[in-house]
Write a new protein. Structure first.
Length: 426
């Protein structure tokens, strides 16, 4: 398949794109508006830099990079796009009117062409794995420089690119620079036809997580208000349907030994908040919903965190963290947030999207891999019963994060060099 056939296929699938939006709108109010942005129908101002940050995780990684660009080059205008409402909310909350923001249009040629014609960016930055053939082709046609920042390329993704060389090879070769996270992933890009000179191993921006000490203090005070400063607390972050019941089964086991233990359960997607509440209700555990502002008492066994943007603060309230999307074939989520707070981390076996990072944490003794609820309960019991074991895992988490910092400086330097080369070329 080449670009022409890819585009034709997308045009044929356009009715399905509309059905997709309608289906998501039925499940979540966040998808009921701004459809024009999805088809490139917005009115936009010209922008020097376009940064596409996909969803919440990529946006959080991109924010420090964006802030450095704003500090170093305040003369340049920036547009930030996402594909998900959670990412959109994070951009608006963190950056406000300092950037132009909208959803990235679907990768249909006429949508992308109209979108880029308005923006006319000099530099297009895609975060992590977000590569769209028409976006890259049209941006290159307009003369923009293309950078894939904080890049990841799993073995599975590389295999998929190998299946469609006529589409993937021109797309990858159009990139001017790739700030890759690891040398292993760099080799995968080279095997796909990317020139080694375009690659720079920079590490992951997610290691340069910027913690707000004041929010951590507030979180610790909140745990005191719950009356749980001396009681064990664990958190299941970014969990999905298919994992809810396992978290609750695990907690029932823990309650047999620690009756005052508290589980903070944080569903990954807002549309699953009510579903999670129903599952907890059926389990018979006593729970409160954070969105209802109900006080957490000594009788509360589960706190359902059905709010957005609080995951990092809630990690600060816990002793141990399980990172969701890993007991089901999802690919997992970022384990560095709890690790940066010094928490021992637990994951299921399906962590392919964070394979290298999880490997570092496992090798250091900061993370354990569990297969199901009984293994999860046993791992937490081991940590809660042995203070020295907990402390060793905590120190290992902090050490891994500290040893791998520096990606932000390396990647921001690369972006500024690209901008300087654009200016000199002009």
């Amino acid at each position: 398949m080449n670009l022409r056939y890819y585009s034709l296929l997308l045009y044929l699938l356009t009715p399905l794109l509309l059905l997709y939006l309608a289906f998501r709108a039925l499940k979540s109010a966040d998808y009921r508006g701004r459809w024009g942005e999805r088809f490139g129908l917005s009115q936009l101002r010209r922008s020097d830099i376009l940064i596409h940050s996909v969803s919440m995780g990529e946006t959080l990684a991109a924010l420090p990079l964006i802030r450095i660009l704003q500090q170093q080059r305040p003369d340049l205008s920036i547009t930030v796009t996402t594909t998900s409402p959670t990412g959109s909310r994070e951009v608006i909350k963190a950056l406000g009117n300092s950037v132009q923001h909208q959803y990235l249009p679907f990768d249909l040629p006429w949508c992308i062409r109209r979108f880029l014609k308005q923006l006319q960016p000099q530099l297009v930055i895609m975060m992590e794995t977000e590569l769209w053939p028409n976006l890259l082709h049209q941006a290159k046609q307009q003369g923009a420089q293309l950078l894939l920042a904080n890049a990841r390329l799993s073995a599975k993704s590389a295999a998929n690119y190998h299946k469609w060389p006529k589409l993937s090879r021109p797309m990858l070769q159009s990139l001017d620079r790739i700030a890759i996270q690891t040398a292993t992933e760099a080799q995968r890009f080279i095997e796909l036809g990317v020139m080694p000179s375009k690659l720079q191993v920079c590490g992951s921006l997610k290691f340069d997580l910027q913690l707000d000490d004041s929010k951590i203090v507030v979180a610790k005070e909140q745990r005191q208000q719950w009356g749980r400063q001396a009681s064990p607390v664990w958190i299941a972050g970014s969990v999905h349907p298919g994992e809810f019941a396992a978290m609750l089964d695990c907690h029932k086991t823990l309650l047999q030994q620690w009756p005052q233990a508290l589980l903070i359960m944080v569903p990954r997607h807002p549309e699953q908040f009510d579903n999670a509440a129903e599952v907890i209700q059926r389990s018979g555990l006593r729970f409160v919903r954070r969105s209802h502002n109900t006080r957490v008492s000594h009788e509360t066994q589960v706190l359902l965190a059905d709010t957005m943007g609080e995951l990092l603060a809630l990690y600060s309230c816990a002793d141990v963290a399980f990172v969701g999307g890993t007991l089901i074939p999802n690919g997992g989520h970022n384990p560095l947030e709890p690790a940066a707070l010094g928490l021992p981390v637990l994951e299921g076996p399906n962590y392919r999207d964070f394979k290298e990072i999880s490997g570092l944490l496992v090798d250091a003794g900061a993370m354990q891999i569990v297969a199901d609820a009984p293994q999860l309960a046993a791992a937490i019991q081991g940590l809660w019963s042995d203070v020295e074991r907990w402390q060793q895992a905590s120190r290992a988490s902090l050490a891994v994060v500290s040893a791998n910092k520096g990606a932000l400086e390396r990647q921001s330097t690369l972006v500024l060099q690209l901008l300087a080369s654009i200016k000199s070329a002009d």
